[in-house]
Design a protein around this ligand. Sequence first.
Ligand SMILES: C[S@@+](CC[C@H](N)C(=O)[O-])C[C@H]1O[C@@H](n2cnc3c(N)ncnc32)[C@H](O)[C@@H]1O
Length: 188
Amino acid sequence: MFFRKRMVEIYHDLLMEYICPGDTVVDATAGNGLDTEFLCRLVGPKGCVHAFDIQPEALENTRERLSQAGLLDQACLHLTSHDQMDVYVEGEIAGFCFNLGYLPSGNPAVITHSSTTIPAVKKCLEALKIGGVGCILAYWGHEGGRKEMENVDELLRTLPGKKFEVFRLENHNRANCPPVLYCLCRIR
Ligand SMILES: C[S@@+](CC[C@H](N)C(=O)[O-])C[C@H]1O[C@@H](n2cnc3c(N)ncnc32)[C@H](O)[C@@H]1O
């Protein structure tokens, strides 16, 4: 259930249900490594988390976090844009997550943009195995954020219903642009 939980906790709960030891997954926006660490724990030593970020500072924070947790071996950290994921990720993936916006306590001018977010989401969808899940959390209060969220919304809303099941969750009575969470499963 999602009451009294942060959006991140809600999608972590979902990922926990679907991601298994040994899986390959993608964290498209590594940031400070919160999601990467969580995914590393789910896939275990035989799995692999491909984590992407365009900011060296973000990947360093992620590396440090994983190193302290003893999880570095199950992660591949890529200092490149997530729309390049197909260059680095081979075969099917069991899950992916995007945490859109800017790096918490980082440079708020470096944000995710539709021009790379949309191709990256499409590539993740192409690689997603049947039964695999994806989560996209869109913060959209900053400049450009609304457009990006609308583009993600349009892409996911028009996915074929026979192949993907997509849910959209947001706090309906909270002010100040509450984040929107998209959760999807490839069903066929
Ligand atoms: C909201 S933060 C992610 C927070 C992260 N999930 C965490 O646990 O800390 C968004 C991140 O996306 C990164 N980013 C922006 N554009 C990107 C791109 N084209 N490819 C990969 N990462 C990108 C930013 O540098 C920033 O670190």
